[in-house]
Design a binder for this molecule. Structure first.
Ligand code: ACO
Length: 322
């Protein structure tokens, strides 16, 4: 059985750190409100000229270094993003060029906050079907570019950054003890597109900013995240009890806590970075994986569940053994 095993992980955060207090003299908000409703204390914002592809390449370089794999030996590179540098070409081909990866193929995936989970599932499909042996999967975003700085309900929630993992095919036994991706579960439902979206784009000849009905998103998130995690674990005959780490999309501490609670997993088995990064959309899970490894939380052999939901709505989960 071919398995997609994580060989390396890395991340990149812009140098500029913005604490909640920065918003206090710009909009009607307080550090106390933001912390108590979201768990967010600070976020990083990209500097002028700092791009999604630049951060993505930096994260990928670190992940490749940890893996001990040269960019020229990579077969496929996927960038999950909703904030690519240009309409086209893809951010992925720009990263390919920055890494000096002259072979293989590269493309973007757009599933907003669920993008990294979708990208992991596609990378897994490429590997188990024999179409690729080494795949770099990146989540990278510059959401600061699509925020409405006058909307206090959204502008305090998001941050910029990038994270990357390097996957390599390995022959497994076909059991739950194998390292690598063990199960995936993806969903979307376009009927809910108007609760989280950007009100502009190329084909409408507008630019647009992020719009969200926070309460509605919250309601769907709490219900759908626990459900998808339950489904992907169920495919393996596993439950929350078997999980070493939940690495959730980092949108909001209250969503993270209630999902863990529904899965029967204590917060001592959840990687939380939302206080430092805010919501970095598709970048949040690979950022949390990288920080979780750096902190010594996630170790080789651990059973890890990632889950995410975002605009679309699109949501899903991936179970892997680290
Ligand atoms: N500072 C102070 N007050 C605020 C702020 C702010 N930054 N933002 C909103 N408020 C006010 C509102 O205007 C409202 O005031 P009103 O009652 O006078 O009208 C009051 O706070 C309550 O607003 P609600 O929206 O009901 O507050 P809620 O408790 O639902 O929290 C929040 C808002 C944090 C956005 C919450 O709904 C949420 O977390 N939703 C999930 C959204 C999310 O995480 N989205 C990320 C993208 S999708 C994803 O990644 C999962």
């Amino acid at each position: 059985t071919l398995r997609a095993v994580v060989r390396g992980v890395g991340h990149h955060l812009p140098a500029r750190v913005v604490p909640n207090s920065w918003f206090e003299d710009k909009i009607d908000t307080t550090d106390e409100w933001i912390v108590s409703r979201t768990g967010i204390e600070r976020r990083h914002f990209a500097a002028e000229g700092e791009t999604t592809s630049g951060m993505a390449a930096s994260a990928a370089e670190k992940a490749l270094k940890m893996a001990g794999i040269a960019a020229t030996d990579v077969d496929a590179l996927i960038v999950a993003t909703s904030t690519a540098d240009l309409t086209f070409p893809s951010a992925a081909t720009m990263v390919q060029d920055r890494l000096g990866m002259t072979g293989g193929f590269a493309f973007d995936i757009q599933a907003v906050c669920a993008g990294f989970v979708f990208a992991l599932a596609q990378a897994n499909a490429l590997i188990v079907s024999g179409q690729a042996t080494r795949v770099v999967v990146i989540g990278a975003e510059t959401f600061s570019r699509i925020l409405d700085w006058e909307d206090r309900g959204t502008c305090v929630l998001f941050g910029d950054g990038a994270g990357a993992v390097v996957l390599e095919a390995e022959d497994g036994q076909g059991t739950n003890d194998d390292r690598g991706i063990l199960a995936t579960d993806l969903h979307s439902d376009g009927r809910h597109r108007d609760i989280l979206y950007v009100d502009g784009g190329v084909s409408t000849q507008t630019t647009g900013l992020l719009r969200m009905q926070g309460k509605e998103v919250f309601r769907h998130a709490v219900e759908k995240l626990a459900q998808t995690a339950h489904t992907s674990l169920g495919k393996l005959g596993l439950t929350g009890d078997d999980v070493d780490w939940i690495v959730p999309h980092q949108a909001n501490l209250r969503i993270i806590k209630s999902t863990a609670h529904k899965m029967g997993v204590g917060m001592d088995r959840v990687v939380v970075t939302v206080q430092d990064h805010g919501n970095t959309s598709a970048a949040s899970i690979p950022l949390a994986l990288s920080v979780g490894v750096e902190r010594g939380q996630i170790k080789r052999g651990d059973l890890v569940v990632t889950e995410a939901i975002g605009g679309g709505l699109a949501w899903g989960s991936v179970v892997l053994r680290w």
